[in-house]
Design a protein around this ligand. Structure first.
Ligand SMILES: Nc1ncnc2c1ncn2[C@@H]1O[C@H](COP(=O)(O)OP(=O)(O)O)[C@@H](O)[C@H]1O
Ligand SMILES: [Mg+2]
Length: 206
């Protein structure tokens, strides 16, 4: 792949690999949505860019790896970050499932929750695997929260991702994830798991 290549074009954003001060970087631009009211659209893109930039600073302080933030331009809804060579956890799992990735991820998510931070879009496409290291990305919906019910939302989104994208390894991946999560926050895990069961039964009966 040459610098300047498009890495991803999603519904929300365009990601391009390109040089930044001689470093290999990723430019993530949140694109306007034509069907949204322009001023609302601009506010939403700005808010998500701000949330993501803030998380890219906060998470590494907690010991949770993310690509390094190089630059942010809220007016352009642009983030420039370190390029991480590797693949997503989704791709890694599809080619050869490694439960250790899931235990490691559980630890990182546990650590993030322990520091009062929620991702809100925790899927295997939003985790990068590079060698033995995992990186958490796509943090535009993330927020501060110490509430176990909010932590349970992260777990529910992740569990659903396993059910829909990785059904054949779901049980083992989930067990490994929870093992890592518990290692990181023995005290709070049962409370969060209770909140998760509550959440699931509420959703079932609405
Ligand atoms: N820093 C990075 N280094 C390498 N690849 C990345 C990086 N950031 C994102 N990607 C790739 O681009 C994809 C989309 O990025 P993401 O931030 O999740 O945007 P979206 O909001 O469009 O899902 C990821 O799934 C991953 O494959
Ligand atoms: Mg994503």
């Amino acid at each position: 792949m040459e610098a300047g290549d498009v890495i991803a074009l999603g519904a929300e954003s365009l990601l391009v690999r390109h040089d930044w001060l001689g470093l290999l970087a990723v430019y993530k631009i949140r694109l306007p949505k034509p069907y949204r009211h322009p001023s609302l659209d601009e506010r939403l893109r700005r808010l998500r860019t701000r949330r993501e930039a803030r998380a890219l600073i906060r998470l590494p302080e907690m010991g949770v790896p993310t690509p390094t933030l190089y630059e942010v331009d809220l007016d352009l809804s642009l983030l420039i970050t370190e390029y991480i060579p590797g693949r997503t956890l989704k791709q890694a799992t599809e080619s050869s499932f490694d439960p250790d990735h899931y235990r490691k991820l559980g630890k990182l998510v546990g650590r993030m929750h322990e520091h009062g931070f929620v991702h809100y879009d925790l899927t295997t496409s939003n985790i990068l695997v590079s060698g033995d290291d995992l990186y958490i990305i796509d943090l535009g919906l993330s927020e501060d929260s110490d509430d176990p019910e909010d932590h349970a939302v992260d777990l529910r989104v992740f569990e659903r991702c396993l059910e829909s994208s990785h059904p054949e390894v779901k049980e083992e991946a989930w067990r490994a994830f929870l093992r890592g999560y518990r290692e990181e926050r023995e005290e709070a895990t049962d409370t969060v798991l209770r909140a998760l069961e509550d959440l699931k039964s509420r959703v079932r009966y609405i």
